[in-house]
Write a protein that binds this ligand. Structure first.
Ligand code: SF4
Ligand code: SF4
Length: 168
């Protein structure tokens, strides 16, 4: 088994990209104990922060853990060291997605957003449900305005979101 080699350059990149408080963490574990996602998955917030401190890039990029956080901010509110944990996770996700890593379900949701202008598409069942409640079948959003959807998709392309997601 080969030892994991710390990579300070990667840790510094995380700090530069929004994780300025990374090195304030003293590994108390309060974040892990507070995390609702960690109760239902193997994700451990403290461990992710430690890996980021050590710059264990491959470990972070190759694991689904990075994508298990729901950005609920419970950990950030409770951290005794004032570590901006969500900012660090977002910095890691930004770096990961720029390098082609993204959790499959996040990619699917992002592609749905690009295609429909909404993360959740309007299905026939939802349209019928809306009509049964006296609402227009399509809500007054991009779903009922093709020009607005076109404008939205133009913006998405201009900011490069479609390339980031690897849009289909
Ligand atoms: S709660 Fe804060 S100090 Fe404690 S392990 Fe988590 S990030 Fe580090
Ligand atoms: S913000 Fe993310 S890591 Fe922190 S408690 Fe919520 S789900 Fe867990």
């Amino acid at each position: 088994m080969c030892a994991k080699v710390p990579n300070p350059e990667f840790a510094n990149l995380v700090i530069e990209r929004g994780g300025e408080t990374l090195n304030l963490c003293f590994q108390c574990g309060t974040c892990t104990a507070s995390c609702p996602s960690g109760r239902n998955t193997a994700f451990k917030t403290r461990q992710l922060i430690r890996k980021a401190q050590l710059g264990l890039k491959e470990d972070i990029m190759d694991s689904d853990d990075l994508w298990m956080c729901t950005t609920c901010y419970t950990c950030t509110e409770r951290c005794p060291r004032g570590v901006e944990i969500v900012d660090i996770i977002i910095a890691l996700r930004n770096i990961a997605s720029e390098e082609g890593h993204m959790f499959d379900d996040h990619r699917k949701v992002s592609n749905s957003l690009i295609k429909n202008g909404h993360t959740v598409p309007l299905t026939d069942d939802y349209a019928k449900l809306r009509a049964s409640m006296g609402l227009p079948e399509k809500p007054p959003t991009v779903l009922s305005d093709p020009k607005a959807l076109e404008d939205f998709q133009t913006i998405i392309k201009k900011v490069g979101f479609d390339k980031l997601v690897g849009g289909n």
